[in-house]
Ligand binder design. Sequence first.
Ligand code: NAP
Length: 248
Amino acid sequence: MPASRRFRVLVLGGSAEAFDLAEQLAGDGEVEAITAMAGVTRERRAVPGHVRIGGFGGPDGLAAWLAAEQIDAVVDSTHPFARQMSANAARAAATAGVPVIHVLRPPWTPQPGDDWREVDDMVAAARAVPASPCFLTVGRTELAPFAARRDVVFVARVIDRPDPAPDFTYVEARGPFVLDDELALIERHGIRSIVTKNSGGPAAEAKLTAARRLGLPVVMVRRPPPPDGVLVPGAAAALDWIRGLSHG
Ligand code: NAP
């Protein structure tokens, strides 16, 4: 690499960790980070540094983009449930001969007093909803299976209201969420059960604390299998990996 050229990293974003990485690398003298976002939400959190919006056209499109942009490393810092993009990142990086890591934050684990019903997917989650009204926090693209539960009133929290929208009550909000607000929401809607994905991390954890405190059952959707390859638990470890490569 010429001395004048910075080490170029593609960060596949859509997570708090990707935001942290972008913040820490903005203006860095040695590393140039480009954060890629799918562009699925109507309004995006402003990410520091270079940002690229939109898909790459599958693993082949991404591999071609990595080569054209002379990317030196890829950090897959997508959400733990974004399994397609993680798989694409691994394949594309292998094709382009570029090193890749996957940032995968630890999942939540049940604490004493929790009443979790763990399931593998949204269809099973919908079947498992034990009490109405139910607070649904699975994202706007995963609501369809729940519409089959005519016996349950759903209060769905989403960043953007879906279109078409199942006949639920919608709360449009973006995390992080704090305990007092979660308790207030639960009380306001008379919530008696919660459905969530096991995203892990602090930003959406308060609802689980609220459920524990109130004795509410939680239907917890397990994660998909992790991607093959090198996994790190957060932005700090990803930064160490980048620094190790850029100095090497
Ligand atoms: P996905 O199913 O794994 O990916 C679907 C397609 O979206 C990919 O094939 C890719 O299109 C494009 N894509 C995904 N992430 C991208 C990124 N960071 N930059 C550019 N293109 C991207 O993903 P998803 O579950 O729909 O999630 C979409 C985005 O929302 C991701 O960035 C993810 O981190 C974020 N997110 C997801 C969840 C969740 O629960 N799934 C929760 C919070 C945030 P091409 O094949 O055309 O490249």
